[in-house]
Design a protein. Sequence first.
Lengths: 332, 287
Amino acid sequence: MSAPKANLEVLPRSIQFVLALGAVALLAFPLVGTDFYLQMVTRMMILGIFAMSLDLLQGVTGLVSLGHAAYFGLAGYALAFLTPQGEAVSLWWTLPLAVLGSGLAALVIGFFVVRTHGIYFIMVTMAFAQMIFFLFFDNKALGGSDGIYINFKPDATVFDLENKRVFYYFTFVCLAGVYLLLRRLLWSPFGRALAGIRVNEHRMRAMGFGTFAYKLTAFTLAGALAGLAGYLWGAQTGFVNPELMGFHMSAHAIMMVILGGMGNFAGAIVGAFAFEYVLHALKDLPAIGTFNTGKHWQLWMGLFIVAVVILAPRGLLGLVERFLRRKEAGDE
Amino acid sequence: MDFANFLIQILNSVQYGLVLFMLAAGLTLIFGIMGVVNLAHGSFYMLGAYLAYSLSSQLGSLTVAILLGAVLAVLFGLALEWLLFRHFYHRDHLDQVLLTFGLIYIFEELRSMLWGDDVHGVPIPEALSASIPLTDTLSYPVYRLFMSGVCIVLAIGLYLLISRTRLGMKIRAGAFNRDMTESLGINIKLIHAVVFALGVGLAAVAGMVAAPISSVYPNMGSQVLIMCFVVVVIGGIGSVRGALIAALLVGLVDTFGKVLLPQVSGMLVYMLMAAVLLWKPEGLFKQ
């Protein structure tokens, strides 16, 4: 009923080339971009890390988590609690601690959810994320529904994260690091085993793989990397609230991964950029007469999501890849 | 907690559980038979509540509003199934999740355009506005009993429909083996449409009946949807009986949690779910 989707693990040369150009453009962007766009692109890169972490589950292992935002938000809250009221806190121990915290939460929850399959996995990941959401939403001591302000960006000693350009490049390094790590992982025996689980878990078990441990490891790692993104998010915006762990955030992450194209991590980044851009553009739509189109962005967003599912279920990279393949077939 | 108070909490939890059941039954049937994850199911509950608000103020009677609203909701369900859902039965769960998530956005915005973003109240009909006194200070509103009554009648109706009628037999056959059912000459597409519309209708009626108590407000569907997911997971996907028992259980835990352990009440239900999953990973009544 739910056949695993054909994934794009290897991208055609031409797409790889364009993506490399994109990376160079990202590196050069702070030289020309204004502060507003600099912050926007930083946010896109953070979401790119978040989307890649989900892609490890969704695209590689075939586990659709509808609660991935929980681990994203937890690390943001970790930074909020670790930052004192009146001064900055060191990046060098809070970042690892926040990432570990998210990873640990994912390990504990993963222990419950990874034993479920298919639709159960979707519902249970969502329910656990809601549990964490309500933990923070209901308790004034944890910030309650209003959330918590983070008055100071983490102190990195050797560079100054308060500087928007420095923060941009720091995020870029994180993005590139996570991409390389996951790419390396994808082609390691561990990554191949995860891909095997996506295609046919029963067969993997028959071949002697302890799939539970593999899936739990992937879930934990994905949670920890989502934590990295959440920490950066908290540091950039200076504010965390329960919405960061909410149902919409989780669904947006799924959407980003789909929109770009699953299973190769570059797609997740493309998807995060495209999604954030579309969201920005829809909210900014001009008024037509008395009808304020931007105010109704939810309607356009909904229609956009439905259109992507119907027209481009393999995402933007999938569309381009199909186009290239057709062209090749036409040339021969 | 004295006896009168205890009785009130029990009645409240049963009433909440029964409303959850109305939604969860549709959700679990739609998944069990068509294999569709429907995140937009909460929107049908919201649709029902807003229909009750509009129709009862137009027609002046909640009962007429509920009857007319149920028909409208079923028609809406049929149209939606024909336009969209029918094409997603064979698609990946991932696509279904995204499609229905997109629908939540669409329904939520249409709601905002049609009815605005204010909270509205729906008046309780005069005949049901009384309260039954339990002690000098405590009493129980008749309308809540009426709500439970409506849900119980519908639950019995659903049980009879599925286990005692020819249509129910076809529905069960379709859930058990789709291809075989089809090759026996049963129009499975029609069965699917009927089941989907039935699910939409039940959710909308739940919303309409609950509207005078819960009032009518934006995003009311999302909260109830997530609770229904928990109910379906605990009960076992595809099992209507499981959904009933799980809904009552969730109602009890949630209601008593709010009274006895208010600090963690939001989490208790999810802890219950975690415990059930540890014990039975496929829910209490896996089909």
